[in-house]
Design a protein around this ligand. Sequence first.
Ligand SMILES: Nc1nc2c(c(=O)[nH]1)N[C@H]1C(S)=C(S)[C@@H](COP(=O)(O)O)O[C@H]1N2
Ligand SMILES: [Mo]
Length: 187
Amino acid sequence: MKRGSISRRYRPALAAIVVGVVGGLTGDGPESWAQAPGKPAAVGTQAAPVAVKVEGEVSTPLRLTAAELNQFPRQTVIARAHDEKESRFEGVALFDVLKKAGLPTGNELRGKAVALYLVVEAADGYRAVFALPELDPAFTDRVILLADRRDGKALSSRDGPLQIVVPGEKRHSRWVRQVIALRIGRA
Ligand SMILES: Nc1nc2c(c(=O)[nH]1)N[C@H]1C(S)=C(S)[C@@H](COP(=O)(O)O)O[C@H]1N2
Ligand SMILES: [Mo]
């Protein structure tokens, strides 16, 4: 074998490795690159982290990413937070999320269904209970929010990424910060 023929033979393979690595980093390479040995995991293709789970006595348990939460109708609520400042909170209605999980609503919310309750769970283990009629627009005009923004900015890491906003409530013990799960129980 002559000198030089080896490098010529391996040149396309080398080029493929270089392109493969770059393609891996940008995550947009053709499928065939997926077979390249030692190929790094493509950035941006890992499953997105779950922002909130809906569990318990529901027909459709949910594990929602932030992007999936964004698909629900966005709602704005003006409310006075515990620091006494009136703020503009944005997020999704707790009701809409629970409805997606298959909870009874409106005129279905009677009989055995009216014994269901929601426990909002936080990252620090804090928990607060809501009765379903407190959340249902057939029962009340008050919108209880699963908020992700306050005055146009993402919530602080102390309050968020997700916080319950209960407009008009005179005490703030149910304004659960760092919400991670919505669990439905039956009394
Ligand atoms: N995750 C979590 N949320 C929570 C609490 C808590 O201890 N943990 N305390 C509650 C209580 S009793 C009140 S009065 C308010 C306090 O809000 P602040 O800490 O922003 O003043 O948050 C509520 N939400
Ligand atoms: Mo409190």
